[in-house]
Design a protein around this ligand. Structure first.
Ligand SMILES: NC(=O)c1ccc[n+]([C@@H]2O[C@H](COP(=O)([O-])OP(=O)(O)OC[C@H]3O[C@@H](n4cnc5c(N)ncnc54)[C@H](OP(=O)(O)O)[C@@H]3O)[C@@H](O)[C@H]2O)c1
Length: 323
C-alpha cells in the first residue's frame, strides 16, 4: 500500500509517498480502506520530530481517517465489510489502509460525505472530551481561542448547541466575521487587548470556561479572565509550554487550570469518547445544528502542500488528504 513517510525530521519537503506492507488487524481491531485522512497541527510537530507516536503504535503520521471496513479482527462485532466509518487514531492515517481498535471506529454522521467526515472526529473528540472535563453547562460563558481553526470552528458551534454564551478570538476581520457566522456571540481580534474585551463583554465578571490553544503565552491573561469557579483547559501550546501561574488569583477565584491530550489516552477512554461523539455530536451535525467547517483538500501525493497550507496560518477549518 502507499503511505506517507518522513525521510528525516524537518520541513514539508521531507514528506514522501512510499510503499509499505498492508497491516493486518489483530483481535479487536479493524482494517480500514482509507478514503481520506484529516491533517492536524500535531502532524506538523511529528514531521519535525517533536511529537513521536505513543509506544507500540504506527510511525506513520495521521490521527483520523474516514473510509470503509476492509477486514475484521477476531472478536469484532457490529461491522460488515464495506461499511463506511470514521476512526480516531494514535497514528497511521496517511496511508491507503490503517488498523485501529474497533472502539475507536464509528459510523460517519448522516448526510456527510467521507472526505468531509475525515476531518471531523479528531476535533469533535477533543472538544467534547474537554468540555466534559471542565463541565461546561448551559447558561455558562465560554471563551474559545482561535475560533476559525479546526478546533475553534467546531467548539463554537458545539458550545452554542450546549446552550453556552460564546466569546472567541481570531486574527483578522474576515476570520472574526466567520466566527460570528459559526455562532459566536462576541468575536475579538487577538491582536488587540483581548482580555479587556472579555472583561467588557462579561460586565467584569469573566468567563466560566476557557478552551485554550496558546498555552504559556496566554496563561496569566487567561487566569485573569476567569470568573469565580472558572475553569481553564489548555489543549495546545502554540504560545509555549512554561508560563507564570498566579496561585493567589487561582485561590481567590476557586479556579481550575487543567490540560489534556487526546492522543495519549488509553484505548478504553478513546472508545468512550468516540461513543459520546456518535451519540451526542453526530445527531447535531445531521440536524444542521453544527456545520462541518470548510475543508481544503489535497491528494495524498500533495501531502507536502497540505502541511504547508496548515502551517501558513491562512487555513480556515480543516485540511484533508484524499487517499
Ligand atoms: N490536546 C489535544 O488533545 C489536542 C487535540 C487536537 C488539537 N490540539 C491542539 O489545538 C490547537 C488547535 O488545533 P487546530 O486543529 O484547530 O489547528 P488550526 O486549525 O491550525 O488552528 C490554529 C488556531 O490557532 C489560532 N491562533 C494562532 N495564534 C493565536 C493567538 N495569538 N491567539 C489566539 N488564537 C491564535 C489560529 O487563529 P487565526 O487563524 O485567527 O490566527 C487558529 O484558529 C493546536 O495547537 C493543536 O495541536 C490539541
Amino acid at each position: 500500500m502507499r503511505v506517507v513517510s518522513v525521510t528525516a525530521p524537518g520541513g514539508p519537503e521531507n514528506l514522501i509517498v512510499a510503499d509499505a506492507p498492508t497491516p493486518e488487524p489483530k483481535p479487536g481491531e479493524v482494517l480500514i480502506a482509507v478514503a481520506a485522512a484529516g491533517v492536524n497541527r500535531a502532524d506538523l510537530l511529528q514531521r519535525q520530530g517533536y511529537y513521536p507516536p505513543p509506544p507500540g503504535t504506527s510511525e506513520v503520521i495521521g490521527l483520523e481517517v474516514a473510509g470503509t471496513i476492509a477486514a475484521l479482527g477476531d472478536g469484532v462485532d457490529g461491522w460488515a465489510l464495506g461499511d463506511p466509518c470514521v476512526a480516531l487514531l494514535a497514528g497511521g492515517g496517511y496511508a491507503e489502509y490503517v488498523v485501529v481498535p474497533s472502539g475507536q471506529v464509528i459510523a460517519p454522521p448522516d448526510g456527510v460525505d467521507l472526505i468531509t467526515a475525515a476531518g471531523l472526529i479528531e476535533v469533535a473528540a477533543t472538544v467534547v472530551s474537554n468540555f466534559d472535563h471542565v463541565h461546561l453547562a448551559a447558561g455558562e460563558t465560554v471563551l474559545i481561542h482561535g475560533g476559525t481553526g479546526g478546533i475553534g470552528s467546531f467548539a463554537i458551534q458545539y458550545a452554542r448547541a450546549l446552550g453556552a454564551r460564546v466569546l472567541t478570538t481570531a486574527g483578522s476581520p474576515a476570520k472574526l466575521e466567520l466566527c460570528r457566522e459559526f455562532g459566536a456571540d462576541v468575536a475579538i481580534d487577538y491582536h488587540d487587548d483581548w482580555a479587556a474585551a472579555v472583561a467588557e463583554a462579561t460586565g467584569g465578571a469573566g468567563v466560566d470556561v476557557i478552551l485554550d490553544v496558546m498555552g504559556a503565552k496566554y496563561l496569566e491573561a487567561n487566569v485573569a479572565a476567569l470568573a469565580l469557579d472558572g475553569r481553564l483547559v489548555v489543549i495546545g501550546l502554540q504560545g509555549g509550554r512554561k508560563g507564570t501561574l498566579d496561585l493567589n488569583r487561582l485561590l481567590t477565584k476557586r479556579a481550575t487550570v487543567t490540560a489534556t491530550s487526546l492522543r495519549f489516552r488509553p484505548t478504553a477512554q478513546k472508545a468512550a469518547i468516540c461513543a459520546a461523539v456518535a451519540q451526542r455530536v453526530w445527531p447535531l451535525i445531521a440536524a444542521g445544528a453544527i456545520r462541518p467547517a470548510p475543508e481544503t483538500r489535497f491528494a495524498l501525493d500533495e501531502v507536502a502542500r497540505a502541511h504547508t497550507q496548515l502551517e501558513s496560518g491562512d487555513n480556515i477549518g480543516k485540511v484533508v488528504l484524499v487517499v
